[in-house]
Write a protein that binds this ligand. Structure first.
Ligand SMILES: NC(=O)c1ccc[n+]([C@@H]2O[C@H](COP(=O)([O-])OP(=O)(O)OC[C@H]3O[C@@H](n4cnc5c(N)ncnc54)[C@H](OP(=O)(O)O)[C@@H]3O)[C@@H](O)[C@H]2O)c1
Length: 256
């Protein structure tokens, strides 16, 4: 059996200033990983890093805008100077455009969501893969944070749902292409968990109706993602690539 031990691993997380990324940083540091936190709101990263260090973990904050290739390279450079080669990259940074349909959004909404969720994840993966190839590393591991909106349709989350469809497809195609460098690429696809991204929907008047579609009749909590995340970042998933691990209380197999 592959090991779940991640002691000493360098794990870089994009979008670690709030929500999932903020949570993941603490979970992974508590298990002995050295965690690089990237996001635009550096004050929030600083606060999270202080918490992690106080708890005895190793972490460092780095300014990052995933819409900008130079910023991505600077993030990877600085984090590798601090903790050495990145063992696992978690492409978690993500935004949404509010509760809008395709005819309500404008080009700025489209570009904002696509540039962050799709182009950002691609650019960051590309920069990381170049390191693995150019430095002749033995391999790598990329974890995408997709969503169950990648496969199930929903009104009023355009272009977010479209972007997550692309993130899942990108995971599969990249897995195929990156296997020759021993880089695994998998995705975690959470259902609905209350964070800044999902608040608009989960606190709206549609929420009770929405809950009925979840077989387990509750939203997810951050901790529900910890086991599946640990699987993907560790050698326990050593024979997994191109997989999408759904964590949603059964939501995507909800009854018609
Ligand atoms: N919440 C859910 O129910 C749910 C379900 C499925 C999937 N997801 C996915 O989970 C991921 C995290 O979302 P969340 O729910 O935790 O929301 P969140 O609390 O809003 O976190 C989003 C993170 O992305 C960062 N970010 C946004 N734009 C960025 C940019 N250009 N460069 C770098 N970082 C950027 C934000 O940091 P800064 O603003 O400081 O840059 C923040 O740390 C997203 O990919 C989201 O689609 C969420």
């Amino acid at each position: 059996m592959g090991s779940f031990d991640i002691t000493g691993r360098h794990i870089a997380i994009t979008g670690a200033s709030s929500g999932f990324g903020h949570h993941f940083a603490g979970v992974l540091a508590a298990r002995g990983s050295r965690v690089s936190l990237g996001a635009r709101r550096v004050d929030r990263l600083d606060a999270r890093v202080t918490e992690i260090r106080t708890a005895g973990g190793e972490a460092a904050p780095f300014a990052l805008d995933v819409r900008n290739a130079a910023s991505i390279h600077a993030f990877i450079d600085a984090s590798e100077r601090t903790f050495g080669p990145i063992d696992v990259l978690i492409n978690n940074a993500g935004v949404e455009a509010g509760a809008k349909t395709y005819n309500m959004i404008d080009e700025d909404d489209w570009d904002f969501v696509m540039d962050t969720n799709v182009k950002g994840a691609w650019l960051t993966s590309k920069a990381y893969t170049e390191r693995v190839i150019n430095h002749k590393r033995s391999g790598g591991n990329i974890v995408m944070i997709s969503s169950i909106t990648d496969t199930r349709t929903i009104k009023g989350q355009f272009p977010y749902a479209v972007s997550k469809g692309a993130v899942t497809r990108m995971t599969e195609v990249m897995a195929l292409e990156a296997a020759k460098w021993n880089i695994r690429v998998n995705a975690l696809a959470p259902g609905y968990i209350l964070t800044d991204v999902s608040r608009l929907l989960l606190e709206s008047d549609r929420a009770p109706e929405f809950m009925k579609g979840i077989p387990m009749r509750r939203y997810g909590e951050f901790d529900d993602l910890d086991g599946p995340l640990l699987l993907l970042v560790s050698d326990a998933s050593r024979y997994m690539t191109g997989s999408v691990v759904v964590v949603d209380g059964g939501h995507i197999c909800g009854s018609l």
